[in-house]
Ligand binder design. Structure first.
Ligand SMILES: *[C@@H]1O[C@H](CO)[C@@H](O)[C@H](O)[C@H]1NC(C)=O
Ligand SMILES: *[C@@H]1O[C@H](CO)[C@@H](O)[C@H](O)[C@H]1NC(C)=O
Ligand SMILES: *[C@@H]1O[C@H](CO)[C@@H](O)[C@H](O)[C@H]1NC(C)=O
Length: 813
């Protein structure tokens, strides 16, 4: 007990020296050692050489023997030598600083045993060293900074573990409590074995992105030690914000026909979240099928662009929902209203609703011939259309209801002037710039037979020389008719009429198609010199129109008649002898040759020549008068009988001539000319007797005939027909042309004239014997009915001629 006490005292002394605070505890430990061999309780961290206790004294060992007995301290194992024994004082001293924490860790009691070995005799004492903890370690966190990420969506009450602080010390010296710096969101929950941050108020990243919390760990030592850690909380974003559009409704105006890629409007939405949660992607909401390709939206920028065709006429406004969506799918919507504005991009369209074509040319002015409708798909002013046609046509547009116009004639149409019209209808809208369109309306004017054929000349003249061939062309007429087809087809014909009592058709014919006029017969100038006919030109319209023209036919003379000697009679048949008084002086008119020519002009200009005479130089003949005169006085020596041959020529080309013989008797008295009988007998020796016989028989015959005629005349009055059945058929061809006219029916109509010129002069003779068979038309069919008076007349004429000759003959004596 004593030892223990001593030891205690020694220990107390140490304690007083190093750590008076632990004094009481050490004392309690020391009390424990009573039961063991020897035990000491020492605080850790004593410096080297510090006396733990006096072993020698505590064990009752003799100090002097310590050395001899080789007292020493042994350690179990290979441990460090923490203490040693001072052999001189018998003290156990520390040879190392003892760190309880490294020696025993967290063990609640830290004891290590030391053996004290003595030799001679061998003694072994066990010494237990109880190492007492000293608060030499502060609580310590593993790191100075704890990084934490907490999503802002974390709920209230969520716990977040924090690694505890560590304190190498034990017991009270270990960590006793924690302290969290005051903050808005977290409180600290310390459990027996864990430290947790408890979310007391929810986080909002959008308000505070991160916070630093200072956590302090405190131990229970004295003096108290502490350790800090900064907890850096990063507030992680939660997608707690939907994008928000800057406007609920966006309005844009877009001209139609905007080209693709035109930016219409830019929508924008913001999202308070960050990162993916704040990435806004734009898209369209529901789109109708027709709108689907019209616009596009840039998912990133929100620009809405044109991607299709914007046609005001199809859609004048669009209402589109746009959607903004953040990364994790929160969406919001806005409306975009796009008003399309009209551009004048549609030209008016002209429709021809009805058309009267062709139009008869006689329609009255103001007649409606067509209806035109104009349409423009644009709107407002771009839709207002003005319509017009060109000026120079006899038509106008009359506005009717709405966009209808009537095409109306303004004047009289004349197909012969303008037969068709191209009417250009121009429609112009009032846009800016205005658009126009054109339509050509083709109108034809239908013919009406409104023009009679018109001859090209006022009148026509045809010149033809007589004796033309039947069928020869005289001239041609031509008429024009500007009407169409049959209304303008001209047909020529002769107007009925008479020439010299015969129908014109027996003289001329006209070719109905060509207008060429032909002679039907041969003309005789000596019969007539000119005549007129009317030719009609008629068109084929219905009713037809016609006009007529006068064609004058002039017949020119041809030298076709030779002179006709009326006196003296034809040669060889003449008893005519002129008496020339013997006393006739030179230049006396002896006789005259009388000739006529049926031609006219030069062709009838006669000249007389003596071609042969028995005494040339005695007689001359007047070149144009035909008067035979003595050239000199008659002398006794001149032959009594003179003979002249006279030729009569006309002046035609070639000229025609006739000759005659003239017998001249130079005598004062015919009776005293004995040679006359000779002359007569010379020539016609038996003439006188024949003549007498003839005269007697003719006279007898004549008387008989007179009686018959009278009888016949008497009978005819009663029964005329009976006696005229013996008509003589005379083919017209045998008739002289100027004596018979054959008209269409072949009827011989003209009177039969017989002119005889018996005396001097031409046609205007002073003695004209005219006989006519009939003053009226003979109605026989190709038959000339000769009345008995015809024969009679002829006979009388012949008789007269005979008598006349006879008279001459007998008058001479
Ligand atoms: C009208 O137009 C047609 C076809 O373009 C043309 O053949 C004709 O000659 C024109 N008529 C007039 C009168 O211009
Ligand atoms: C001729 O004119 C008549 C009216 O006078 C008309 O009816 C007819 O159609 C016209 N003929 C032609 C071929 O134009
Ligand atoms: C011929 O024309 C004239 C005037 O042009 C007219 O007076 C006459 O009646 C016409 N004659 C016939 C037969 O048509």
């Amino acid at each position: 007990m004593d030892n223990l006490f001593v030891r205690n005292k020694g220990f107390s002394a140490l304690r007083l020296l190093f750590c008076p605070i632990l004094c009481f505890a050490s004392f309690i430990v020391t009390l424990h050692l009573v039961h063991g061999d020897l035990s000491y309780s020492i605080p850790e961290e004593m410096k080297r050489g510090a006396v733990i206790g006096n072993i020698a004294k505590d064990l009752g060992l003799d100090l002097r023997t310590l050395s001899s007995r080789k007292a020493r301290v042994d350690f179990e194992g290979t441990r460090k030598r923490y203490c040693d024994m001072n052999l001189n004082t018998g003290d156990l001293v520390t040879s190392e600083v003892i760190d309880r924490e490294s020696l025993c860790g967290k063990k609640p009691s830290c004891v290590f045993k030391v053996d004290l070995v003595l030799e001679n005799p061998l003694e072994l004492h066990r010494v237990s060293l109880h190492i007492q903890d000293v608060n030499d370690n502060s609580p310590k966190f593993k790191k100075d900074l704890i990084e934490m990420e907490i999503r802002e969506s974390a709920d209230k009450g969520n716990r977040f573990s924090i690694e505890e602080a560590h304190d190498a010390d034990i017991g009270q010296n270990a960590v006793q409590r924690y302290n969290l710096q005051k903050n808005d969101n977290f409180i600290l929950a310390v459990d027996s074995n864990k430290v947790e941050l408890v979310l007391e108020n929810t986080l909002d990243r959008e308000k505070q992105k991160e916070l630093n919390l200072l956590l302090t760990a405190l131990d229970g030592g004295s003096p108290q030690r502490s350790g800090n850690v900064v907890i850096h909380v990063t507030v992680l974003d939660a997608n707690d914000n939907a994008p928000v559009f800057s406007q609920a409704v966006y309005k844009a105006s877009l001209p139609e026909n905007s080209p693709p890629d035109t930016i219409v409007i830019k929508v924008s939405a913001t999202d308070a979240d960050e990162g993916v949660n704040g990435d806004v992607a734009y898209d369209f909401g529901h789109l109708s099928d027709e709108d689907i390709n019209v616009f596009s939206i840039d998912p990133k920028t929100g620009e809405i662009r044109v991607s299709g065709v914007i046609d005001f006429e199809e859609r004048s406004s669009f209402e589109i929902r746009v959607e903004a969506k953040d990364g994790l799918g929160l969406t919001s919507y806005a409306k975009v209203i796009i008003d399309v504005s009209d551009i004048n991009d549609n030209a008016p369209v002209i429709y021809l609703k009805s058309l009267t074509n062709p139009i008869p040319e006689n329609v009255s002015p103001g007649t409606e011939v067509g209806i035109i409708n104009v349409q423009d798909e644009d709107s407002e002013n771009n839709r207002q259309v003005r319509c017009s046609i060109q000026q120079n046509v006899p038509f106008k547009l009359v506005p009717s209801i709405k966009n209808y116009y009537s095409l109306v004639t303004t004047g009289q149409l004349d197909r012969e002037l303008v037969s068709d019209y191209n009417i250009t209808v121009t429609a112009t809208d009032e846009g800016s710039p205005p658009l126009s369109s054109f339509k050509t309306v083709q109108l034809s004017v239908a013919d009406i037979n409104d023009n009679p054929p018109v001859f090209e000349e006022q009148s026509y003249s045809a010149y033809v020389t007589e004796n033309n061939k039947p069928g020869s062309t005289l001239c041609s007429v031509s008429a024009r008719d500007p009407d169409w087809r049959q209304n303008g087809t001209v047909i020529y014909s002769l107007l009925p009429g008479e020439v010299n009592g015969a129908p014109v058709s027996s003289y001329l014919s006209v070719n109905g198609d060509t207008g060429v006029i032909h002679a039907v017969r041969s003309f005789d100038y000596e019969q007539f010199r000119s005549f007129k006919v009317h030719v009609m030109a008629r068109d084929n319209g219905s009713p037809p129109l016609s006009s007529n023209v006068t064609v004058s036919v002039f017949i020119s003379d041809v030298n076709d008649n030779s002179p006709q000697i009326l006196y003296p009679g034809p040669e060889g048949n003449s008893f005519m002898t002129e008496l020339v008084p013997k006393a006739a002086h030179g230049g006396s008119l002896v006789s005259k040759v009388i000739a006529v020519d049926a031609d006219s002009g030069q062709n009838a200009w006669l000249s007389y020549h003596i071609v042969k005479s028995s005494d040339p130089g005695l007689f001359t003949i007047g070149l144009h008068s035909g008067e035979i005169r003595t050239q000199r006085d008659i002398s006794e020596s001149d032959s009594m009988k003179q003979n002249l041959i006279v030729s009569v020529k006309d002046n035609g080309q070639p000229s025609l001539s006739a000759t005659c013989s003239m017998y001249l008797l130079i005598s004062d008295n015919l009776a005293e000319v004995p040679e006359l009988k000779d002359i007569s007998y010379d020539k016609n020796s038996k003439l006188t007797s024949y003549l007498i016989i003839a005269l007697v028989s003719v006279s007898t015959f004549f008387l008989t005939f007179i009686i018959i005629i009278l009888g016949v005349k008497f009978c005819r009055r009663r029964k005329p027909r009976l006696l005229f059945d013996g008509a003589v058929a005379i083919p017209s061809a045998y008739l002289p042309p100027n004596y018979a006219d054959v008209d269409g029916t072949g009827t011989l109509r003209s009177t039969y004239n017989y002119d005889a010129y018996l005396t001097t002069g031409s046609r205007t003779s002073d003695f004209k014997f005219v006989t006519s068979y009939n003053d009226n038309t003979l109605p026989a069919d190709q038959t000339l009915r000769k009345s008995p008076s015809d024969f009679l007349s002829r006979y009388v004429l012949s008789l007269c001629n005979v008598l006349k000759v006879g008279w001459y003959f007998y008058a001479i004596p």
